[in-house]
Design a protein around this ligand. Sequence first.
Ligand SMILES: Nc1ncnc2c1ncn2[C@@H]1O[C@H](COP(=O)(O)OP(=O)(O)O)[C@@H](O)[C@H]1O
Ligand SMILES: [Mg+2]
Length: 276
Amino acid sequence: MALITAIINFKGGVAKTTTTINLASGLKKLKERVLVIDTDPQGNVAVNLQGTEDIILDSKVLTISALFQDSRIDPNKAIIKGEYFDYIPNNLYAYQRTQGLSDYRLLKQIIDKVKHKYDQIIIDTPPYLGFDAINAIYSADALMLVTDFSKASLTGVQILVSVLDKWHEKNIAKIFRDKPKTILFTMHQPKTLLHRELLESVEDSKAVGMGIMLKERIPRLLKVVEDGYDGIPTVIANPRTKVATEYKSLADTWYFARQMGQIVGSRYIVDVPKGL
Ligand SMILES: Nc1ncnc2c1ncn2[C@@H]1O[C@H](COP(=O)(O)OP(=O)(O)O)[C@@H](O)[C@H]1O
Ligand SMILES: [Mg+2]
């Protein structure tokens, strides 16, 4: 059985997609069977993978939005066997037809049809709390809140946590509260005093329900942007960089999480359903 992780933040541009593709590639290197599901209609998973950029311009490609729209389609048909990992893409064409959908259990029903083939399923999400993100949260075993050090991003995490905690649909609020939550810091600049102070103050975030802080911190590095243009995840393109070693450590943490049912943070450990 797969360990299902949703990568979330209310804010865009904080490295959710970069984290998704590098964690997925890192897990693949550990011989995990990995599926990425892109619930963001921007379709940036494919945009960041060499040779698959055209998916965002193809109105006929089978996307997760198309599966949301028509439950008779076999989700196995939407899986693309990528060079680094398998994925179900998304784009704006199919997304527009999902407007008006509200059933937050659709993604779980889709995943239930494919999860027997995978050890790890990673769900990338859009930077808003809509139908897609709620579906991702509902279907995941563990939530990874990804943030950079900006006030807007950290506030995004805080808002997301407090709003979901009191979500109008009580079922969702309880599910969110009970799900294991972790926080990953990206764009880290270790020499910056503000970053050091912020990390110290967030270290005790478990107490306020934001989840445990992961021990990995992803540094800011221009190569990551270049790798996006080249369409190769940084763990593959530049394996010796600190960004790659931190993402590989994150993959180790997730490998361990599936095997042992625990995610090890910087100070705390959180239990997750065993993926075995
Ligand atoms: N560690 C990093 N260092 C420098 N740039 C990064 C890093 N991680 C991501 N980026 C860049 O930041 C931008 C936003 O990242 P992305 O993963 O698309 O964010 P999101 O999915 O949260 O919107 C991209 O251009 C990406 O290449
Ligand atoms: Mg993204």
